[in-house]
Each structure stands twice: as structure tokens, then as C-alpha cells.
Design a protein around this ligand. Structure first.
Ligand code: HEM
Length: 177
């Protein structure tokens, strides 16, 4: 996983719980933690940090990842160059993750492997199928939930199916709590 993701997780933890908490999590997980944005680090380091946070907070690892995702979106968006055109409404934004944002990420962070989000209109909203070998649907869930904060508009994200442990389908609707 690209270091930039670890950098964003670190920012989220430090700003929400204080700098010491990040150091405590690194200690608990037995990690050094000198992540550089362009570096590549084993996925199991993220899993270990989430497990450490889960033990300290009593939240399940799924809830930890979802919370991190929710808080991470504005920080990830800050890392995109200002030339990247960002959608101005929630549904177009969700579609753009696969069509614009992650393709830009591939240019910025060579050899990265962002997940795939297949989007399909469903009479009721947008069906978003997450596919990745990384098994982080909870992170995806939190990031999608953050679209609500980003647009200050009510957006609901319901996880409607799990193909298997790794993949998931979300139904995203605007205008519902
Ligand atoms: C709602 C918006 C977004 C969603 C739902 C989303 C989802 C995800 C998820 C779930 C992952 C974890 C890897 C995986 O599951 O395979 C990921 C990876 C990543 N995303 Fe996004 N993302 C979003 C926006 C962004 C933005 C704005 C950036 C801008 C920098 C970004 C950059 C990255 C990078 C660098 C990775 C790591 C890829 C790698 O290490 O190979 N994402 N994204």
C-alpha cells in the first residue's frame, strides 16, 4: 500500500486523538512508521495498525476502518493537484472515483493499485461494486460515507451485498438520511 495512505491515516489519528496515540499504535503494532508518500509498504502493516486501534478503542476493526475512511477523504482530496476536475454533485463525484480520481492517482503514484468501483444506475440510486484483492471494503464504505460531509448534502450509503470477504456492493442515494 502506498505510503500516502499511511500518511493520511497518521494525520487522522493525530488530529483526532493526539500525536502520542499514533506513537502508541506504532508501538503496539511493532512498526517503525517512517512512511513516505511514494513508498510502498506491506498491507499487513495497515491491518496491524487497525488491530491496535481496535484493541485500544474497543471498536471492531471494521468500524475503525470505516471511521478512518470517513475522516480521510478531505485529506486525500487535498493531495490531488488542483488541475484535477472535481465533480460538483455527490453522484457524479462517486462515479468519478473510478473514472477520474484513481486514474489520476495512478499518474501521481506509479505502481499503485487502487481498487475498482463499478457504478451502475439503479432506479433507487447508484449501485457501486467495490473490487480489490486488498479486502478493504470497510475503508471504501467510510470514504463513500464522507461524500455526505464533502457536499454538505444528505447522502446515504448502504452495504447491500458481499460477493465474498473481499468485495462488496453499496447502494448510494442522495437526499436520504
Ligand atoms: C470517495 C472517494 C474514494 C474512495 C471510495 C476510495 C477508495 C479507496 C480504497 C478502498 C483504497 C484501498 C485499497 C483497496 O481497497 O484496494 C484506496 C486506495 C488508494 N486511494 Fe482511494 N478512494 C477515494 C478517493 C481517493 C482520493 C481523493 C485519492 C487522492 C490521493 C485517493 C488515493 C488513493 C491511493 C494513493 C490509494 C493506494 C493505492 C495503492 O497503494 O496501491 N483515493 N482508495
Amino acid at each position: 500500500m502506498k505510503g500516502v495512505l499511511f500518511n493520511v491515516v497518521q494525520e487522522v489519528v493525530e488530529e483526532t486523538y493526539g500525536e502520542d496515540t499514533w506513537d502508541d499504535l506504532l508501538d503496539d503494532a511493532g512498526l517503525e512508521g517512517a512512511y513516505t508518500a511514494l513508498g510502498d509498504y506491506p498491507d499487513h502493516e495497515l491491518v496491524a495498525l487497525v488491530a491496535a486501534a481496535s484493541l485500544r478503542t474497543g471498536l471492531g476493526p471494521d468500524a475503525v476502518l470505516r471511521t478512518v475512511g470517513r475522516l480521510a477523504l478531505p485529506r486525500l482530496l487535498d493531495r490531488l493537484p488542483p488541475t484535477v476536475p472535481l465533480a460538483d454533485e455527490p453522484m457524479a463525484f462517486v462515479r468519478s472515483v473510478n473514472d477520474i480520481i484513481h486514474p489520476e492517482v495512478l499518474k501521481l503514484y506509479p505502481a499503485s493499485h487502487p481498487p475498482v468501483f463499478d457504478c451502475k444506475d439503479d432506479g433507487d440510486g447508484l449501485m457501486v461494486r467495490y473490487r480489490s484483492t486488498r479486502r478493504l471494503p470497510d475503508l471504501a464504505h467510510g470514504l463513500l460515507e464522507a461524500v455526505d460531509d464533502h457536499f454538505e448534502q444528505s447522502v446515504s450509503v448502504e452495504r447491500i451485498a458481499d460477493d465474498d470477504e473481499a468485495n462488496a456492493v453499496f447502494l448510494v442515494r442522495v437526499g436520504e438520511a
